[in-house]
Design a protein around this ligand. Structure first.
Ligand code: NIG
Ligand code: FE
Length: 438
């Protein structure tokens, strides 16, 4: 059991909301001078200095003791039942960030393309020259599952200490049946090894491999007829993704692949409208996608289509920053009443960072979101965008105890403001205090 007391500000305290839309995003529930009580892997209770935590914890213990069948004495004295008290004077407590879109299983890095980019080549030009996703696919093919697992674990460790507590990871650097399965098996292994909550997305249609050049339809058939059934047979994925965009996969091809995936229980969660008005948002909404991601090209028609749907519009500010893209019309979307989520897109090509604190800063400066709106985007709304908001994304009774304590800082606005430095001091995941290499 853990009691965190003297919390200067307890952020994103709420009960039972699965996502926060439009204008509501500007209201962030905060408790000042607060305490928080954790038992096992769950948040049990919280309150302010006006609420007597000793009484509340004693009552809780009494009830759980009555409920448990184990002998009372032994139960009460077992080490797990000892109360660890953390004094958070001057510090804030946040729910862990939820990062609903990453490609963090990859081999090596692509800083050579970075130089090309600096010299003025576009993402699409680099991809056409055999760089980009095809370059990562080649390296992934040569790497063993162990090597991939080790590299990905070190990235997971890094984002964990930056405050991320739940993350989605996509395949998509395989581009063949074997290598896609290899990637997804690595993600399954990461679920066992890492304390972070992880969901897996099958992204067979990330790019057309060189050997299928001019035979794109045949590659789509391979995804539908070979990849999806095998991924489903091994239960390797929670969601299905397609890079539906100009120069990659068309809405028609996307339609076919999503339909095929859904037959195997894979809900869509797709890349859309990053490079043009691709029709990706429409096809995503048509199949009740959990999220449509990127959205630099979102007009009135796309906003209308998203309104009333259950699809979370998800913005990836790191990719727009790194590639110098135009910014998605986030203010317009929120004004129209849409919720907005934000994720890192951690990948070697368009966003080689999984730092959600930096995403918060980009949200405020590049998208002119208020800190309150940005915090909603990287917690509860991004938890929704990976189907985890019943358990993650806010400080609520009964939710997973995935949260962090900051260094002494002045207010929650300081979080996005002081970009570039790590404001996270102590990380708690599943009710355990996490150290750097755990
Ligand atoms: O989300 N847009 C498509 N896929 C990734 C980039 C992957 C890569 O370049 O390696 C993205 O930006
Ligand atoms: Fe992506």
């Amino acid at each position: 059991m853990i009691l965190i007391k003297n919390i200067k500000e307890l952020i994103q305290v709420e009960e039972g909301r699965l996502k926060v839309p439009g204008k509501e995003m500007a209201h962030l529930p905060v408790l000042k001078d607060a305490w928080l009580f954790i038992d096992g892997d769950r948040i049990i209770d919280f309150g302010t200095s006006e609420d007597n935590y000793e009484l509340r914890i004693a009552n809780y213990e009494k009830t759980t003791r009555q409920l448990t069948s184990s002998p009372t004495r032994q139960f009460a004295n077992s080490p797990a039942r000892q109360l660890k008290i953390i004094d958070a004077t001057g510090k804030l407590v946040f729910p862990s960030f939820c990062d609903s879109h990453t490609h963090l299983v990859y081999a090596g890095s692509r800083e050579i393309e970075y130089i090309d980019k600096i010299k003025g080549r576009s993402y699409e030009e680099i991809a056409k020259r055999g760089g980009g996703i095809l370059n990562s696919a080649k390296r992934l093919h040569e790497a063993s599952e162990e090597e991939l697992t080790e590299q990905a674990l070190s990235r997971l460790n890094e984002i964990k200490m930056l405050g991320t507590g739940a993350v989605e990871i996509k395949s998509g650097y395989g581009l063949s049946v074997e290598d896609e399965l290899k990637m997804l098996r690595v993600i399954r292994r990461l679920k066992e090894l890492s304390p972070l909550a992880i969901v897996a997305t099958f992204l067979g249609a990330h790019a057309v491999p060189a050997e299928y050049k001019d035979r794109q339809e045949e590659f789509v058939d391979l995804v539908i007829n070979e990849m999806i059934p095998q991924v489903a047979a091994e239960e390797l994925a929670d969601y299905i993704d397609v890079f539906c965009d100009r120069g990659f996969f068309t809405p028609g091809e996307t339609d076919r692949m999503l339909l095929a995936g859904m037959k195997y229980g894979l809900r869509p969660k797709i890349h859309a409208n990053e490079l043009g008005y691709s029709g990706g948002i429409q096809v995503g909404v048509k199949y009740n996608a959990l999220s449509v991601d990127h959205l630099e090209y979102t007009g009135d028609e796309e906003i209308k289509c998203l309104l009333g749907s259950e699809t979370m519009p998800t913005i990836l500010p790191g990719a727009a920053f790194f590639l110098g893209l135009q910014h998605a019309p986030v203010r317009k979307m929120m004004d129209a009443g849409l919720p907005v989520a934000m994720a890192s897109d951690f990948n070697p090509g368009s966003s080689p960072s999984g730092n959600m604190q930096f995403i918060l800063s980009l949200a405020c400066i590049n998208y002119r979101m208020l800190p309150e709106e940005a915090i909603h985007a990287v917690t509860i709304n991004s938890a929704y965008a990976m189907g985890l908001s019943e358990d993650y994304g806010s400080i609520a009774r009964g939710k997973k105890a995935n949260l962090f304590i900051t260094k002494p800082i002045s207010s929650y606005q300081f979080m996005p403001y002081a970009y570039g430095s790590n404001k996270v001091e102590t990380v708690i995941l599943n009710g355990n205090i996490v150290t750097r290499n755990a």
